[in-house]
Design a protein around this ligand. Structure first.
Ligand code: TEU
Ligand code: CA
Length: 547
């Protein structure tokens, strides 16, 4: 059973691997499980505690594995079940747990359940999915799918529509059906028997949909379903569980991550991530980052979950552009700004996530439209062309926001294809790999990689990282992001210049009495902060000092 008071995952750092882009081992241009096993030295060196693997289950790969056709087998593209078991075991020997991505809102349309379901209305599997009667061309309602187009797909043989919140090849499961829930629990228990260290729950806030009411996220039965899921499965082991919830508020997050362990370990929410887009628009409608708002949002989450919930800390994942290109400077100050963003994030309360390549300061890419592979990107391009947008305008959005920015192959070294594959990679390697790669950075104590490595270590050394209460400083400053964490025994001060111009923080007097833990310039001298300069200070044992 989990120790909810002091769970292991509170001072852990999680590394996210997007398997198809991490390391290819057999020259077919696609990363695989064997490739991950071959890179365990790297993960151990970085010091992370767990790996979140994006889906490796059997899948037609319409949405790169988020469309599962067999939850209890591995896609041959990634390897075999035996490879997966070997990964779990060999990672475990190094103290690294494997977290699986559970996609429970929908399956692939090639899953045997769906193949049965669409055979007839009285097939026992029919009710595993969400159907509505209708006539062709007259949709049940105007709900849209997240990847564009209507959320309803006509099946002429049945005279019915099925509901899909993502692509047409991702039909939504019907969680109202207790048999669906039971099948899912049994599948999860089966993975737990195989030694899985935890689960990341894909779009979990969308499982309790009520399409007739237009409800997709946060349906009325959502937390009832999650509590049952947790009780029937996760609570029988010592797992880390992470609920992906785009629409979470701090109030909802306190339920998802209730310290009594009734739902998940933590929530993975995106409020800070949606700030630089136009109001009323989508992520493709770009707007500058409102810096004050970023501070307010992060401050709100730090304050409102303190003592009563647990958050994930992240800038990047496989759906998001590279943070250094987004809110840092991927030109002149790439190294400084990537480290600043890392220091800013890792000093906060929560469990930090490092997305593969983030620790190297990997950047966004700009390809011809034909170079993109992501279904969301390709659908967007088509949809906006049809709406009359100019090619250049759409490409601007794609350069900034395409999910493929995060999915270019991992840059291991300066050999051909960045050491990712001996064949042709499924998605082109970022051409900057000769300058930005792991091999170069691992031997450089001033590299972005080394900065991340130190941050991982610091979190384990100082309890204040886990428990310290957050206080935002310099709230009005248009350049400075600064805060303290205080647990009564230790005080941590993080001061960051979030701009390309020098800045005064007004905090120099404060840090003079403190010990420097980490900075992002070779020296951390002077009262003024240089462009993107960041520093982390610690004060110990104040009680003792007073004596
Ligand atoms: O993403 C949830 C989700 O809402 C995304 O589709 C998001 O809107 C989009 O990626 C923003 O660009 C999860 C997975 O992380 C994603 O990779 C899957 O495509 C999606 O669920 C469907 O399973
Ligand atoms: Ca391969």
């Amino acid at each position: 059973m989990t120790n909810y008071k002091n769970p292991w995952w509170k001072n852990s750092v999680i590394y996210q691997i997007y398997p198809r882009s991490f390391q290819d081992s057999n020259g077919d241009g696609i990363g695989d499980i064997r490739g991950i096993i071959n890179r365990l030295d790297y993960l151990e060196d970085l010091g992370i505690d767990a790996v979140w693997l994006s889906p490796v289950c059997k899948s037609p790969q319409d949405d790169n594995g988020y469309d599962i056709s067999d939850y209890q087998d591995i896609d041959p593209m990634f390897g075999t079940l035996a490879d997966m078991e070997e990964l779990i075991r060999r990672a475990g020997e190094r103290g690294i747990r494997i977290i699986m991505d559970l996609v429970l809102n929908h399956t692939s349309d090639e899953h045997p359940w769906f193949l049965e379901a669409k055979k007839s209305r009285d097939n026992p599997y029919h009710d595993y999915y969400v159907w509505r009667d209708g006539t062709e061309g007259e949709l049940p309602n105007d709900l849209r799918a997240c990847f564009g187009g209507p959320a309803w797909q006509w099946v002429p043989e049945l005279g019915q529509y099925y509901f899909h919140q993502f692509s047409v090849k991702q039909p939504d499961l019907n969680w109202e059906n207790p048999r669906v829930r039971r099948e899912i629990y049994d599948m999860i228990l089966w993975w737990m028997d195989r030694g899985i260290g935890g689960f990341r729950l894909d779009v979990i806030d969308q499982i309790a949909k009520e399409p007739d009411l237009g409800i997709t996220n946060n349906g009325p039965r959502l937390h009832e379903f999650i509590r049952e899921l947790s009780r029937e499965t996760f609570q029988k082991g010592d797992l880390i569980t992470v609920g992906e919830a785009w629409g979470a508020t701090p109030e909802l997050a306190r339920r998802y991550s209730n310290p009594d362990g009734s739902e998940f370990s933590m929530v993975f929410q995106f409020e800070h991530i949606g700030l630089d887009q136009q109001e009323g628009g989508s992520k493709w409608d770009l707007a500058p980052l409102p810096f004050q708002k970023l501070k307010d949002v992060l401050d709100k989450w730090q304050t409102e979950l303190w003592g009563c919930g647990w958050n994930s800390l992240f800038w990047d994942n496989h759906d998001l552009p590279r943070i250094v290109s987004r809110w840092g400077d991927d030109g002149q100050y790439r190294v400084e700004s990537a480290k600043m963003l890392a220091i800013l994030l890792h000093g906060m309360q929560g469990t930090p996530y490092i997305y593969q390549g983030e620790e190297l300061g990997m950047t966004n890419v700009r390809y011809e439209i034909g170079g993109y592979k992501d279904i969301e990107t390709l659908n967007l391009y088509k949809e906006r062309r049809e709406l009359g947008y100019a090619h250049e305008e759409i490409m601007k959005s794609i350069y900034a926001r395409s999910r493929d920015n995060a999915r270019t192959p991992m840059q291991w070294d300066d050999s051909p294809q960045a050491g990712f594959t001996e064949g042709t990679p499924w998605l082109k390697v970022n051409p900057n790999y000769p300058e930005i790669n792991a091999a170069g950075q691992m031997k450089d104590p001033q590299s972005i990689y080394s900065c991340y490595k130190q941050l991982v270590r610091l979190r384990k050394e100082h309890p204040v990282f886990v428990d310290g209460r957050f206080e935002l400083l310099a709230r009005e400053s248009g350049q400075i992001f600064a805060y303290t964490r205080d647990d009564g025994k230790q005080r941590l001060l993080v001061v960051c210049n979030f701009s390309g111009e020098p800045a005064d923080s007004g905090l120099a007097e404060e840090w003079k009495s403190m010990e420097l833990l980490l900075g992002n310039y070779p020296d951390s001298q002077g009262d003024r902060l240089r462009p993107y300069e960041a520093r982390m200070y610690l004060q110990k044992c104040r009680q003792q000092e007073r004596v």
